[in-house]
Design a protein around this ligand. Structure first.
Ligand SMILES: NC(=O)c1ccc[n+]([C@@H]2O[C@H](COP(=O)([O-])OP(=O)(O)OC[C@H]3O[C@@H](n4cnc5c(N)ncnc54)[C@H](OP(=O)(O)O)[C@@H]3O)[C@@H](O)[C@H]2O)c1
Length: 305
């Protein structure tokens, strides 16, 4: 029988790829949207108007669904409560809706590798607390947790400028030269979500996901990848911490005027300058058999970003 998946975050970068992957794998999808007028029409996809703050819309979203994929999340904000409201309270509200439905048996929370280090930022803290609370409160619904590292690919707006500049010959470096970074292509991530649904495993520990580069990438590795593709030099531009702090301050002030949430804040600097963002796929590969196909160098060479 065709399975129905209730999905949040489908209007965002990662969620839009998950929708496409689910539909191509033959699932029916019920997707939450705050902006129904902008919603695309696709066979097998039903949009449900609502938000993580609106309990009745979440109950409607999960009606008739076998599985919940919770990808919506607050990724930028100027205070901790912005992150807590969406990432903690919204995730728990969605869990309660899933628990109340008589059909829904599984819930996948798209957390973040940042949850490994809750002290680094408001975002990291909110994802870590959400994980803890979901584990504590899930009872009739089996819970899965994905901790992807930095995800990139078509329609991404955060890493795209970095890679574009890298291929033009400039690499802005935040943090120390010894920093270990990791990346994951969004096609591989969407495939992991489908694999998780099909594997049908019970509750497990959080799964880290990355592109499989052992020990991650140093800034110099990125420089060398850029040089190999360009066949020309790439210069690393080190952005000193005081300058990052000034940019964060300006970004926060501008956001007060524009009404949009800032991406770079003093809190976010903790993540940007953290030294170890390497990740491992060992647990997810062992438990559900997923492995990534797209290494960063191939994606940059083939223009898959
Ligand atoms: N991108 C990465 O590198 C990365 C890495 C690790 C984990 N993640 C996680 O992956 C998820 C998706 O990230 P993304 O990069 O795709 O972010 P994104 O492009 O900003 O998308 C965020 C999505 O969440 C929705 N959303 C946010 N707050 C909501 C609320 N209160 N109610 C309903 N919907 C809400 C947004 O809806 P609107 O369109 O209405 O704003 C959008 O669909 C997030 O949970 C993020 O923490 C991302």
């Amino acid at each position: 029988m065709t399975q129905t998946v209730a999905l949040t975050g489908a209007t965002g970068f990662i969620g839009s790829h998950i929708v496409e992957k689910l539909l191509s794998a033959g699932f029916q999808v019920r997707a939450l949207t705050r902006s129904p007028s902008q919603a695309s029409t696709l066979a097998g996809l039903t949009w449900v108007r609502g938000s993580l703050e609106n309990e009745s819309s979440l109950v409607e979203l999960v009606t008739g669904a076998d599985v919940v994929i919770h990808c919506a999340g607050q990724v930028r904000g100027k205070n901790i409560s912005t992150f807590t409201q969406a990432n903690v309270e919204g995730s728990l509200r969605l869990l309660r809706a899933a628990e109340q439905s008589d059909r829904c048996k599984r819930y996948l929370f798209i957390s973040s590798l940042a949850a490994r280090h809750p002290q680094l930022s408001w975002y990291a803290h909110s994802k870590a607390i959400a994980e803890q609370q979901l584990v504590a409160q899930a009872s009739s619904v089996s819970l899965g947790i994905f901790r992807p590292t930095a995800v990139y690919g078509p329609r991404d707006k955060e890493l795209n400028p970095v890679f574009t500049w890298l291929l033009r010959g400039l690499l802005p470096q935040t943090g120390s030269s010894a920093t270990q970074l990791s990346f994951l292509h969004v096609y591989d991530f969407a495939a992991a979500v489908v694999k998780w649904i099909e594997a049908n495993v019970e509750n497990s520990e959080p799964y880290e996901l990355c592109d499989g580069q052992v020990s991650g990438y140093r800034w110099q590795d990125l420089q060398e990848i850029g040089q190999a593709i360009r066949q020309k030099p790439v210069s690393i531009i080190k952005i000193p911490l005081p300058l990052l702090k000034i940019i964060a301050m300006l970004s926060t002030q501008i956001s007060c005027l524009s009404g949009k949430e800032p991406m770079l804040t003093q809190s976010k600097i903790g993540e940007l300058t953290h030294k170890d963002w390497s990740a491992t796929n060992v647990t997810i590969t062992r438990n559900i058999g997923w492995t990534p196909n797209i290494r960063l160098e191939r994606a940059l060479r083939d223009g898959l970003f």
